[in-house]
Design a protein around this ligand. Structure first.
Ligand code: B12
Ligand code: SF4
Length: 440
């Protein structure tokens, strides 16, 4: 029986040690989905390195490695180890899709973007003559008839309280820094609602009352989201997701989202400076509306998580200090920050390259905690220093108490209060070890 071993690599901490956790609360969906596309006569194993050890003496025929952000470099190391042992190694996922020419130098095959067509083709090629092609690139144009993901591969592991579900792929917006925009160029494919509901029912059948909708901007199609929510309501599930803060502007939709059990959402607030938002091709996001929108969302009972960027051309030491005040004043329960990182392939990278403002091409540096470009109003080194200052202040005990424990909107939901507290303590632990708080 042929065997494929899927590996989702972890990343290195500043100490040089691999990031490990007792459990992973938000596992990705790519490998459970690809496992479901694997013919029955194949044996499948999944290792999520943040919780599992890698067995380099595996008897698998193909080693398939994921590439998420800078965890890709750990992925390349793992690839090299398996190559030494004569294994066929393939990689897929965002980072190698964007930088496939580089990735092809290191592995036998790279799958660019969607793998629904490419992956089964690759397995067939292997079965034919024991070889795979160096590159598979077959974008899909509809997201229909997806098999139910092999959640069993996740449930055997040390995972948290939710399983991932996907309704669509891509995003209608084209923010210049975003890998989604780079790969999907404004395309957003939606699955038929009933197929999504089938997956949610499977999650429920497996004993989970919570799922994570991993879409990047589900609110971009309000009609679709309304239909989805209406069909989730009878299932009595809790769910979380990420989307544009525009959700706050549509009371009918927000009510449906809440009624269907959504209690946690992450919003790409990015910056408190409008000029910065405009410069990142996000002019539709209005900085002056952030506070009002956050209040509406928090009052509705949604735990607000924010993603913010520092290091735009409009950031100064002062604006970064004001970013801390913004988080504190608005009592954001789950904030996250990154240094603006022009990922090669993105419009932002093209722009900075043209302007001669990239400080390095070494992708190892592109981890969101280091400044790899020359910002206009702050020194690159100062920016990196301010990044850690912002994280330390935000995840200080004083700030955690203020944003979480003394946050009235969280009192209505003790489960989410405890959840927010545990995320903050977890991030605090990471920041103290100089690891960017991004795995949970
Ligand atoms: C869930 C998730 C996480 C989870 C789980 C991570 C994990 N290791 O599994 C958590 C929260 C931990 C996480 C952390 C991070 N993430 Co993340 N994450 C996601 C998210 C929201 C969903 C991923 C998912 O399951 N998608 C659904 C599946 C079905 O789609 P897919 O992953 O694209 O897979 C398809 C194809 O790409 C392909 N494929 C994917 N992998 C492979 C591998 C092989 C071998 C093959 C053949 C095919 C293949 O097959 C699938 C079917 O077509 C994505 C955004 C997104 N929409 O995908 C961001 C995303 C992938 N993350 C991203 C990043 C940058 C990170 C972080 C570095 C921090 C951050 N800024 O968020 C860390 C790194 C963590 C780590 N060390 O691994 C970026 C990647 C950008 C890039 N250029 O690489 C994304 C795109 C978000 C974004 N908008 O920028 N993440
Ligand atoms: S709205 Fe979010 S997911 Fe969509 S392109 Fe912008 S940053 Fe990327």
């Amino acid at each position: 029986m042929p065997k494929i071993l899927f590996i989702q690599p972890t990343q290195y901490a500043e100490s040089g040690k691999l990031c490990k956790q007792k459990k992973i609360n938000l596992p990705g969906l790519a490998f459970p989905l690809l496992a479901a596309y694997t013919p029955k006569h194949w044996d499948v194993e999944l290792l999520i390195e943040v919780v599992d050890e890698i067995n380099f003496d595996s008897d698998a025929d193909i080693i398939a490695i994921g590439s998420m952000g800078h965890a890709t470099f750990r992925g390349l190391e793992i690839a090299a180890e398996f190559k030494k042992r004569g294994k066929i190694v393939v990689m897929g996922g965002y980072m190698v899709s964007i930088a496939y020419e580089e990735a092809m130098k290191h592995v036998d095959s790279v799958v660019v973007g969607d793998a629904e067509i490419s992956y089964p083709q690759m397995l067939k090629d292997f079965e034919k003559d024991g070889k795979v092609k160096p590159l598979y690139n077959n974008p899909i144009h509809e997201l229909k008839n997806l098999p139910i993901p092999r959640y069993d591969l996740l449930t055997k592991k040390k995972i948290g309280l939710m399983l991932p579900v996907q309704a669509g792929r891509g995003c209608t917006f084209t923010c210049s820094f975003c890998s989604i925009a780079c790969l999907y160029e404004g395309k957003y494919l939606f699955r038929p609602v009933d197929e999504v509901i089938q997956d949610i029912k499977e999650v429920k059948r497996l004993g989970f009352n919570r799922f994570y909708l991993i879409d990047d901007n589900i609110v971009s199609n309000p009609k679709y989201l309304k239909e989805l929510c209406r069909k989730i309501i009878p299932l009595k599930m809790k769910w979380a997701s990420q989307c544009a803060i525009h959700l706050a502007k549509n009371p009918e939709l927000l009510k449906l989202v809440r009624d269907s059990g959504c209690d946690l959402m992450s919003f790409g607030v990015e910056s408190i400076e409008q000029d910065a938002l405009d410069s990142l091709e996000k002019p539709w996001l209005k900085a002056e509306e952030h506070e009002k929108n956050i209040k509406i969302l928090a009052d509705s009972g949604i735990v607000v998580s924010t993603e913010m960027i520092i290091g735009t051309d409009y950031d100064t030491e002062k604006s970064i200090r004001e970013t801390y005040d913004f988080i504190y004043r608005n009592k954001i329960p789950v904030p996250r920050f990154y240094i603006l990182t022009p990922i090669p392939g993105t419009e932002l990278h093209k722009q900075f390259k043209k302007e001669g403002r990239m400080l390095t091409d070494d992708l190892r540096e592109f981890d969101g905690t280091r400044c790899v470009h020359t910002p206009k109003k702050i020194d690159a080194e100062k920016l990196t220093e301010m990044y850690w200052w912002l994280n330390k202040k935000t995840f200080s005990i004083k700030s955690i108490l203020h944003r979480v424990i003394f946050n009235r909107s969280l009192w209505k939901n003790p489960t989410m209060l405890l959840f927010s507290l545990s995320v903050n303590l977890h991030y605090r632990h990471y920041v103290r070890r100089k690891i960017t708080p991004n795995i949970f």
